[in-house]
Design a protein around this ligand. Structure first.
Ligand SMILES: *[C@@H]1O[C@H](CO)[C@@H](O)[C@H](O)[C@H]1NC(C)=O
Length: 349
């Protein structure tokens, strides 16, 4: 994990913590998504390293964990239906991919699964993605067909980060707990001293067995929505089945492009800055005070990565201390930015 991530210095870190806290308090909901990448494009790029338009680099790899193999005709990582698509396939073709359904009260376990791991080169990113086509083999007896499950987990500086994972009302998919054994986490480069309990999205209806049509699921019956509002530097996507089929050894699901907030490499603005604040008890008037937190500018030499956030600020309107609130765009540091030239050249964990 630490191989691609250089630690920021103590002072820079403290500063960053303050700035990130500020972001959480003021602008977390204002982040705007402007970069996105279909993961098949990262997997297909030279050396597995992909350059985003803003200069940041991501890499991705596929892992067959615990002997869970993929379907040769529709392998994990493939663009579907073609390379212009945002969708990336995940598929299985082996009994090693079965987690159990949990219907008997036990906790289903992602011991064997198909995995895609995405890593960033020296920065953290907030991310959103959609897990799609999590469905079931259309058979009369729901206990006799394959049933799919997908999940996601992330890390930031070596610590596990759990996403929010939601489904639409009326969905055939439910979010439920799954165990992930320590040894399986090890295989995907998620070091953990214990097994983890994580949330997974699994086909949940025992009355209906629906093979959702891919890209024609407008009500989201077979989808799960994954969001990491707090920045991460390693992202894992999991695919498995909860139950074996009596007669069909393979199945496939898909996940969408990963969207990243937009931003720039940035640095603290030099010099002490001032801010305009309203005068208490005197509506429509402001005063200038020294700014409590530093402001940041896009700067290609900067040591931070900033996300662009919409906010409002107070501005003097000219006459005496009169002021008004105006919309404003600010750069908010969300992580250090310390890319390494060795990215993509290091052996995988
Ligand atoms: C892929 O996703 C992006 C961002 O969500 C969207 O703007 C674009 O239209 C999508 N492309 C296709 C081919 O669906």
């Amino acid at each position: 994990m630490a191989k691609t991530q250089t630690k920021a210095g103590g002072a820079a870190k403290a500063l960053l913590a303050t700035a990130v806290a500020l972001l959480a308090a003021t602008a977390a909901d204002a982040r705007s998504a402007c970069e996105y990448v279909p993961i098949h494009r990262i997997l297909a790029s030279a050396g597995g390293v992909y350059n985003l338009a803003d200069g940041r680099q991501l890499k991705a790899r596929k892992v067959s964990v615990g002997g869970c193999s993929t379907m040769p005709a529709l392998p994990t990582g493939l663009a579907y239906p073609d390379t212009n698509s945002n969708y990336t396939v995940m598929s299985h073709e082996s009994d090693a991919c079965i987690t159990g359904t949990g219907r008997d009260g036990s906790t289903p376990t992602y011991a064997g699964f198909q995995a895609i791991v995405i890593e960033s080169n020296g920065f953290k990113f907030s991310a959103d993605l959609v897990l799609e086509d999590i469905d079931a083999q259309p058979v009369d007896d729901p206990t006799q067909g394959w049933r799919e499950t997908m999940s996601s987990l992330a890390m930031a500086d070596g610590a596990v980060v759990r996403p929010t994972m939601t489904t639409k009302p009326g969905s055939l998919v439910a979010v439920q707990p799954f165990r992930v054994p320590r040894a399986s986490l090890q295989e995907v480069g998620f070091p953990s001293s214990d097994d983890l309990l994580i949330s997974g999205a699994a086909y949940s209806s025992w009355t209906e067995t629906k093979n959702c049509p891919f890209m024609n699921d407008p009500t989201g019956q077979c989808k799960a929505f994954v969001s990491y509002p707090d920045p991460v530097d390693r992202l894992l996507i999991i695919y498995a089945i909860t139950q074996k089929s009596a007669n069909d050894p393979n199945a496939a699901a898909f996940f969408s492009e990963v969207t990243l907030a937009c931003g720039c490499q940035c640095a603290e603005k030099p010099g002490a800055s001032q801010m305009t604040v309203p005068v208490e008890g005197s509506a429509g008037t402001c005063k200038k005070v020294p700014s409590k937190s530093p402001a940041y500018n896009c700067d290609f030499m900067g040591k931070f990565w900033c996300e662009t956030a919409e906010t409002t600020r107070w501005e003097m309107t000219g006459s005496r201390s009169a002021c008004a609130s105006v919309p404003s765009t600010i750069q908010v540091p969300v992580s250090s930015y310390t890319p390494t030239s060795q990215f993509g050249k290091l052996p995988e964990p």
